[in-house]
Design a protein around this ligand. Structure first.
Ligand code: EPU
Length: 334
């Protein structure tokens, strides 16, 4: 069975199981554990952050748990539990319609709610961890349920305990968000205020719908639509380096974008490094570096996972040679 993935790579799994409730998931886990005879097991979302290097020799599980319920509510905020199989962007749109705010800046990021909690998705100054209250999951070993409070999710930049220590052990079933009933736009991200003004809007009277639209327009202008050209968003993480290293580089490249990233650390823009290394818009076979955002690798048509991997390695090598920086993929290789 074909495995959905936004890179548009043609890959098959031995078996694909979609579940729409905890009960169905438990049944599937029981059957898999009785019958699987050592076949590997992989849980995916919409495949928007995966690179398949070959067909998958085992069983793929996918959540189709939908809907949301209010768990608690005050005059200021709401705790809303969302099924992990909801499309994240569709939930954000509904939340804004209900008057629940905090996720506007994450608009149009591809993927499901469960994957958003695993990946700690982020954009324009907001990360999933800022709005997550707790995460529910079911053990793929024995079907038992576990709940993680936000502080126990091990969140960092594009990082979580689900991606690291617990990788492959749990299926995320529900995510509870704490959203505000008062719209307080987060506009610190460089260029956002400018984009608002350019759209003929004022930051003082801005509505959540308007902010969502501005974010959508920025993304559409820079990032390729996976329906038109296979990709997984940012392919690399932005590297975080010691302050001294950043300062050395800045003396040679004074225009290099850089951002504070905690005590003694500086985050650099991988897109800028890749562009300076001469890769923006360049191809290697059927794989290419996107021509409007060098952080994104695209499938020009018919690429295999190995083609994308080859391009990844070539880009990494040149960035290493030019800047002595090791780029790390954000995408998970399977
Ligand atoms: N830049 C270049 N050339 C490029 C791309 C970027 O010079 O080809 C420069 C830009 O001019 C800017 C800086 O690099 O000065 C940062 O670029 P941008 O604002 O486009 O954001 P990014 O750091 O490249 C990150 C996230 C994106 C997220 C944006 C906005 C990562 C790995 N990527 O990209 O996330 O949308 O910020 O917050 O952190 C994703 O994870 O899939 C993703 C798209």
């Amino acid at each position: 069975m074909r495995i959905e993935n936004t890179f548009g790579i043609d890959v098959e799994a031995r078996e694909l199981i979609t579940y729409d409730s905890e009960e169905a998931l438990r049944k599937a886990i029981k059957r898999i554990n009785e019958q699987r005879e050592g076949l590997p097991l992989l849980h995916i979302g919409s495949g928007s952050n995966l690179l398949f290097l070959s067909d998958y020799p085992g069983i793929v599980l996918k959540s189709n748990i939908k809907g949301h319920v209010i768990k608690a509510e005050t005059k200021d905020d709401v705790l809303v539990e969302v099924g992990s199989g909801e499309v994240c962007d569709e939930f954000i749109e509904q939340a804004i319609q209900h008057g629940w705010y905090g996720m506007e800046n994450l608009s149009l990021i591809p993927g499901q709610v469960g994957a958003a909690a695993v990946q700690n998705i982020g954009a324009y100054g907001v990360e999933a961890q800022d709005v997550i209250e707790e995460v529910k999951g079911i053990s793929m070993k024995d079907g038992s349920e576990r709940i993680w409070k936000q502080k126990d999710c091990g969140y960092g930049y594009r990082q979580s305990v689900f991606k690291s220590d617990l990788w492959g052990q749990y299926a995320i079933t529900r995510v509870t968000f704490r959203l505000s009933k008062h719209f307080e736009p987060k506009l610190q991200y460089g260029g956002l205020v400018n984009a608002i003004e350019q759209a003929g809007l004022s930051k003082d009277t801005l509505t959540a719908e308007q902010l969502r639209q501005v974010i959508i327009d920025i993304r559409r202008a820079k990032l390729p639509d996976p329906k038109e050209q296979g990709n997984a968003g940012s392919f690399f993480k932005n590297p975080v380096v010691p302050k001294e290293q950043a300062e050395r580089l800045l003396s040679e490249f004074p225009t290099m974008p850089h951002y504070p990233a905690g005590e003694g650390k500086i985050k650099l823009a991988a897109g800028w490094l890749i562009e300076q290394a001469g890769w923006k818009g360049k191809s290697l076979g059927p794989a290419a570096v996107h021509d409007r955002q060098a952080l994104v690798l695209v499938n020009k048509g018919g690429a295999t996972g190995r083609d994308i991997q080859r391009l990844c390695e070539a880009v990494k090598k040149d960035v290493k040679e030019r800047f002595d920086i090791n780029l790390e993929p954000e995408v998970n290789f399977i």
